[in-house]
Design a binder for this molecule. Sequence first.
Ligand SMILES: [Mg+2]
Length: 152
Amino acid sequence: MDQRDKSVKTGIGGINGGTPTPTSQLEASSALTEGVLDHPDCLGPTIKLRVDWHSKRDLTEWAKDIADWRQRKGFETSWENMMVKLMLVVTEVSEAAEAYRKPDRQNFDEEIADTLIRLLDICGSIGIDIEKELSDKMAVNETRPTKHGKVC
Ligand SMILES: [Mg+2]
């Protein structure tokens, strides 16, 4: 089991539910980024979660991990609040535009990451198979003529 699986199976306020796992059971790996859980549903001492955010993963795994992280932080993403979530994506794009305008390339890169995090949270939360959707859409895009047939 990789560390991502372990963090999901702890189910601390996670999308899979379950019982919180004491810190000592999560300390098997020493090469992990440490996060601290501060969830209002958790009673007792602070529980430390370890997710290796630097491990290689595909987009589907990113979506699942980001959705789980978002839920552990006490936020909800669902079809019912989708308009809010889409506007938060726009907010991150706006922050990237502001960073570009300054210009602040480092902040620009961070805001692009924030944008992708918001989108992948949506994917992971409502079950969008983003790898399939990307493949299908790019296959369609490939069939389009140069500049979509516009004459310059
Ligand atoms: Mg941001």
